[in-house]
Write a protein of this length. Sequence first.
Length: 710
Amino acid sequence: SASSWPTGDAEVFFGVRHGSVNSGPGAIDALIDQASLYSAALSPEQIAILYNLGPDDHIPLLGHWTFEPGQELIDLVGNFPNLALKGNARVVNGQLDVNGQATGATGWALTAARDDSYRGPRIETKTLVAWARLEGLDNVAKAGSLITIDRVTSDHFDGIIFAERQPNRWMNGSSHWNRTKDFAPGFEETTTGILINLAITYEFAENGNFIIKAYRNGEMFGEYETSHPSSWETGNAEVFFGLRHGSEGGGPGALDARIDEARIYGGTLSADRINELYLKGPIVGADRDGDGLPDLWEIENFGNLDQTPTGDPDADGSSNADELRRETNPRNADTDNDGLKDGVETLTGQFVSVTDTGTDPLDDDTDNDGLKDGVENPLLSYDRTRPAQQPGTSPHHADSDGDRVFDGAEVAGGTNPTDPNDPAGIPIATLLVGRWTFEAGEELLDTTGNFPPLVLKGDAQVAEGQLDVNGMGTTASGWAVTDSSMGTYGGPTLRNKTLVVWATMQSLGEARAGSLLTIDRVSSDGFDGIIFGERQLNRWMNGSSGFSRTRDFEPGFEETELGTRIQLAITYEHLENGRLLVTGYRDGESIGQYETPNPSQWQQGDAEVFFGLRHGSVTGGPGAIDALIDEAHIYREALSPSEVMQLKNPPITLSIVRVGQAVRLVWQDATAVLESADSLAGPWTPVPNGNSGIEITTIGTAQKYFRLTK
């Protein structure tokens, strides 16, 4: 008996069951807050959303993201374009997973302005709300955002920001801190993995200022009044998750969290309304049997709703609840097919036993060494007769014996992956991923070919095989950077690494906080570099984004002389405890070593190099140094002290330039001797007046061989 109501022939009643304008049968005694009529049958999920939202109190919802199946990247209100996932961000089980290291995001999301623009009304007073689970505190990622509203056309934002000005505390982040003050008493996060609710309200005061209040789990933890209230116009607003602000190409800040839901209201919610939102919690996928397993997950995996959270139908030692949380297959005991049951792959990063391997149940080769996790067991001895079945290696270290050959390559090549002397030492030159000599013909080139050419900025120049960088105070007047418009980094991912530079200081104390050599991300502020005079006058340090990998070297080294070529090197080695060992060298001698958290990496397509600036972009950045740089190297491993000492003097670089009927030979090392011979077998004799810059006639003369010797 389905019915319908035609246009022109429908009316609505409150109180009476039906009837006419004069009355009708039925009665109810109630206060009605709000009522809605829809032109479709809503789903259980949509009904759950309406319950969670409650009546709108005349404050419109302008943006709403639940990340639930079928609406993963959608603003349910329809004002904002769909989200774009960047880096390693993903949506799983109704949560947006954002990631980062220090202040450099590796995974984030934003509304894709290229697809559409914000269609809602002007935003002035507002409320930002988010439910999330922190997966790392500020020793992992910091200065990122649960939700940010930004202008598309300029850097102008407000956001719920974590650990930017105060460790592990929340604040309202804003462009140039125009609307930012520290909340008092504030709230410091100390635990990860629990669901928390954050809200910040923005309300006009009578004097035209903004009153900003912050809430965590329904309780206010601070408020203040500030000037510079702002607005976001129709067509000129975008939303970020993970990044603090920026553009589609990236921006500053990072957050390690799973975001369950986020909202933007076009007005200031009351304290009672915010507490109500907290008590109701985020909207989740329908769970009609109330067992904690979303119906959609149960149906997709089993075709019914008969499973329980503690059940383990595939007998892999991992319950259904754990399989849901870890995204493994509840019907396959070995989701990644690596020879280990899902339950023993505990994702801790440490091998304890065969029942607690610490490996990733979604990756069959956690350390990417060419051996599946199931065959790697550091508690077993290497068996030369069964190397592929019993290599005795760690599933968490690609090079278990530290000889710079991956375990899988050693097994395939017949060498012992647990013996650092088998095979014999690997030449240092094979580890190079970046090399700049600044010599004639390759002045701006990385001779390994991994990085794009340099671009000289300001008054920087290359002359006589040296890069001249300059500045005063912390402002560079001349610097160089690999030109990302000419290409991207094409080498291997850099985790362990060594930075080496040969340079001559031209001033002390006049230019500060600059870099002889920095490796930075293109997409965000994430760098390491050989930095001069930033925290200690005329001393060297490893500079890093937000000082996340920076400690002062002890005893360190204070520069007091000019005009002498020196060698600086810093090595970075990832340790088994998840920390990073940083060692500094000057002229081959160690000037200090320390362990630090927040080890980072630079991936193919997202690395650039600076000389002079501490970090930044191709348009500029902070820091300056006044020096002549002879040569710079980047290695893909942490060199040993003896290997750094071998590099105390730079390699002799011989430039050969044709000049008419002659060639000109140019080199930088004054101690090198030019010799000649009629054949490669010799005898070799010194060339008279064989100084750098010598010209040798080549036309009409007998063939000769030349070499430089030390």
